[in-house]
Design a protein around this ligand. Sequence first.
Ligand SMILES: NC(=O)c1ccc[n+]([C@@H]2O[C@H](COP(=O)([O-])OP(=O)(O)OC[C@H]3O[C@@H](n4cnc5c(N)ncnc54)[C@H](O)[C@@H]3O)[C@@H](O)[C@H]2O)c1
Length: 252
Amino acid sequence: MSRLAGKVAIVTGAAAGLGAEFARQFVAEGAQVVLADIAEAEGAAVAHDLGKNAHFIRLDITDPAQWRTTVEETRAMFGPPTVLVNNAGIVEFGSFLDASVDSMRRTLDVNVIGAWLGIQAVVPSMTAAGGGSIVNVSSDAGMKGYPRLSAYVSSKWAVRGLTRSAALELGHRGIRVNAVLPGLIDTPMGRGSLHGLDPSDVLADSPTPRIGRPEEVAALMVFLASDESGYCSGADYQADGGMLAGNALRGE
Ligand SMILES: NC(=O)c1ccc[n+]([C@@H]2O[C@H](COP(=O)([O-])OP(=O)(O)OC[C@H]3O[C@@H](n4cnc5c(N)ncnc54)[C@H](O)[C@@H]3O)[C@@H](O)[C@H]2O)c1
């Protein structure tokens, strides 16, 4: 398979969960991939498993200097990046009465400013390469509210706004920018957010009442990274089993 032949991708948060699966499918489709994460041992192990077309770089996405180094190292290793997946993210639970302002700031710093910095860092080389595809990972929480998740929800709505603004500003450079909105997916973050509850109970009112698999989101990511999506920009793409469509139990 070679739907991504010739592409050079940077995937953030690629040491685990969704990012690791994006990197895996990208390499399988012929891309050369930089896996960027703060988790060094895990990220290096995933890159090692993926072989010569994968390379791990330690990157804290909140640091502009580290972004510059990451883009430079990518260019030196594989060539200028033509795909950026802003996937790294964090979630912290807390009600309005007990959450700290530090938690709010940390969440926005990673989930929003981290993605914003990534776009800023790759645009010059992506432009010089003739264009590319940027995909920002939002969430079903970017389309609705959740109690005890005001920081995360705010950040994921912001990612959708960032996506549209970037699509408008960067289109003339040949750069497409889209957002992917996963629902509940079987990753360390997804499992952790269940707090021990059964996913089929939590998702009982969804048309697909089960937890999603990372591969099911990665298939959409491959499409958005590839030239197959050449006329797609500035849009939201849900991979959520239909949970945002409404309450399926009312249709029984
Ligand atoms: N799993 C779900 O159910 C779900 C649902 C909707 C959206 N998402 C979103 O998908 C993305 C990936 O989620 P996941 O479930 O794979 O999460 P995860 O926690 O399993 O993995 C996230 C990765 O991001 C890395 N990371 C965290 N902070 C970082 C930083 N400052 N710099 C670089 N790397 C950093 C972590 O080390 C980790 O490897 C996130 O943006 C998340 O909000 C996940």
